[in-house]
Design a protein around this ligand. Structure first.
Ligand SMILES: [Zn+2]
Length: 206
């Protein structure tokens, strides 16, 4: 509760500053903190995503702040929505916001499930020196399913796909492993572009 009250006070302060001569400085600080390049993303979540998402909507903050906060909500348990509510500003969270979060999470979850539910294809042409498929299936299960990557990244395929790209991919020849990694890289990029597309409903400065 103390942490919630502290957050409320802090965001009330930010609101007042964003309506004052200090706006430019505060916007700059928030844009430095809520970066939204793919290379900026790590599995470590940023706190106060819900409050920051509302702040970005309310005060037309740069698009990177909105995008990063939205992404942080997507990958949090319960979509990052506060179970106890935040009385001063949670009414600014609309049904449209909620449905956009739900639909985008579905896209994220499905992308991840398609990536991990079965092993990458081997091409099996004359240049392919992959081991037999059943051995690849065992290796895939051992390196992805048995260690829990499938569950760990269910709501965060942006980080999960990067984890897959870093796997050794035992049993795959270089060419087939390279094609799998390229597909995961492309899927990751598409998710990041998809976020831009769904967030165009909010008209914000770049
Ligand atoms: Zn191969």
């Amino acid at each position: 509760m103390a942490a919630t009250q502290h957050a409320e006070r802090y965001f009330t302060y930010l609101r007042s500053q964003l309506s004052s001569d200090a706006r430019r400085y505060i916007v700059h600080q928030l844009a430095q903190e809520w970066v939204a390049g793919l290379s900026d993303i790590s599995p470590r979540p940023l706190p106060f995503a819900f409050e920051t998402f509302l702040l970005a909507k309310e005060h037309e903050l740069p698009s990177c702040v909105l995008k990063r906060a939205f992404y942080e909500l997507l990958r949090k348990e319960g979509l990052g929505l506060p179970s106890e509510g935040l009385p001063h500003y949670d009414h600014k969270f609309t049904r449209g916001d909620y449905f956009l979060l739900v639909r985008t999470r579905e896209t994220f979850d499905m992308t991840w499930l398609k990536a991990v539910i079965r092993k990458p294809e081997a091409h099996r042409d004359e240049s392919c020196v992959c081991v037999p498929g059943d051995a690849q299936t065992r290796y895939w299960a051992a390196s992805v399913i048995d260690v829990g990557l499938d569950i760990q990244y269910l709501h965060d395929p942006v980080c999960g796909l990067l984890e897959l790209m870093r796997l050794e991919l035992a049993g795959y020849c270089d060419r087939c492993a390279g094609k799998a990694r390229t597909a995961w890289k492309e899927a990751r990029l598409q998710l990041w572009v998809h976020l831009d597309q769904v967030l165009t409903r909010y008209q914000y400065p770049q």
